[in-house]
Design a binder for this molecule. Structure first.
Ligand SMILES: NC(=O)c1ccc[n+]([C@@H]2O[C@H](COP(=O)([O-])OP(=O)(O)OC[C@H]3O[C@@H](n4cnc5c(N)ncnc54)[C@H](OP(=O)(O)O)[C@@H]3O)[C@@H](O)[C@H]2O)c1
Length: 323
């Protein structure tokens, strides 16, 4: 049995726990969250223990790893505390609020010889890994254009963390990070980055990004928390096309049209969070310190692209003074 400690008790922690606990080999042994009553209600629902302070949770010697599912603004602080105690960490995206702090956190992990991985679940998923294989096998020839959007209006849900700058809100860190990571993981670091955004109260509501490569490839990406739009990814190459239907970041299907036509549906029996946790558990048991699914270079370079976009659209966060 592998013992997870959960930091946070909101949407993602609940959704992850529902999938994980369907497979009896996973265990969430304890929970800590900002509000004790929320942590306790969540912990009770999954038969876990509640800790009153994060230090108590991090001092639990039975833990094998922790999962951090709190707002972006608190990731650096909690992940640092765990790494300094040598506890492996699976940390929700976006890793931190800045490239600089992402770099710092990875240095802390290396110094403490402790595993940390960004919970970018897309890149553990059979569909994204299959799409990557299609590229390696040159199935659509030279890539020419990519369009990838993640536009989900969320204003009616009144979810404070998504709109509040002090929580690291905005469409870029919440949704835009997925199309960016998709482009980076397929094509590498772009030669040019252009971005524009509609801003409100210091966060981006709607962000348009163009990544250009010297090969001629152009990736047009968009994220939005105030407009309904597509959530799919299409890539066109000289000899064919790949479509990843919505939701692009966790799709269970991908279609290849070219010399070969393939309709790929993954056959994984559980949900994709469960898949991610399984693979992370395996890596931690193998005493790896860096994930091969989401290597440090991916987390860092995606944050570097985001840093350039932040500069262009006038988005800045103050990690030291956030919530
Ligand atoms: N992988 C995915 O598919 C996916 C999907 C959604 C979100 N996410 C990521 O998951 C993270 C959380 O998102 P969410 O939608 O679950 O947020 P949420 O529903 O607002 O839940 C956030 C949780 O964190 C706790 N919290 C808030 N501020 C805190 C602080 N300063 N210190 C400690 N705990 C704090 C809240 O505490 P209390 O309730 O205890 O006060 C709540 O339990 C974000 O990084 C987001 O990008 C990932």
């Amino acid at each position: 049995m592998f013992n997870w400690g959960f930091i946070g008790s909101g949407t993602i922690c609940k959704n992850v726990s529902k999938q994980l606990l369907k497979n009896k080999k996973h265990k969430i042994s304890c929970v800590w969250s900002r509000t004790y009553e929320h942590a306790n209600a969540f912990a009770k629902s999954i038969s876990a223990k509640t800790y009153k302070t994060i230090n108590e949770l991090l001092n639990d010697k039975t833990l094998d790893a922790i999962y951090i599912g709190t707002p972006h603004s608190s990731h650096f602080k909690y992940a640092k505390m765990a790494l300094e105690r040598g506890i492996p960490v699976l940390l929700e995206k976006a890793f931190t609020l800045s490239y600089e702090n992402t770099l710092k956190l990875l240095e802390i992990a290396k110094k403490n010889n402790t595993y940390i991985c960004e919970a970018m679940w897309t890149w553990f998923s059979p569909v994204a890994l299959t799409v990557k294989e299609w590229f390696s096998a040159n199935k659509i020839g030279k890539p020419l254009t990519m369009r990838s959007n993640f536009c989900v209006p969320t204003f009616f849900r009144k979810k404070e963390r998504i709109f509040n700058k002090l929580y690291g809100g905005g469409s870029l860190l919440d949704l835009g990070i997925y199309p960016i990571a998709y482009a980076y993981n397929l094509f590498g670091y772009p030669d040019d980055i252009k971005a524009s955004a509609k801003m409100k109260n210091g966060v981006d509501l709607d962000c348009k990004i163009t990544l250009t490569y010297n090969s001629g490839l152009i990736c047009e990406l968009r994220s939005s928390i105030n407009r309904l739009g597509s959530c799919s990814t299409t890539i066109i190459g000289e000899n064919g096309k790949i479509k990843v239907p919505a939701p692009m970041h966790c799709s269970r299907k991908a279609f290849l049209k070219g010399k070969e036509n393939i309709k790929y549906h993954d056959s994984y029996p559980f949900g994709l969070y469960e898949n991610e946790f399984n693979l992370v558990e395996e890596e931690i048991k193998q005493e790896k310190k860096e994930s091969s699914y989401v290597p440090f270079s991916s987390t860092l370079n995606v944050m570097k692209i985001i840093e350039e976009i932040k500069k262009q659209i006038g988005l800045s966060y103050d990690e030291a003074n956030s919530l």
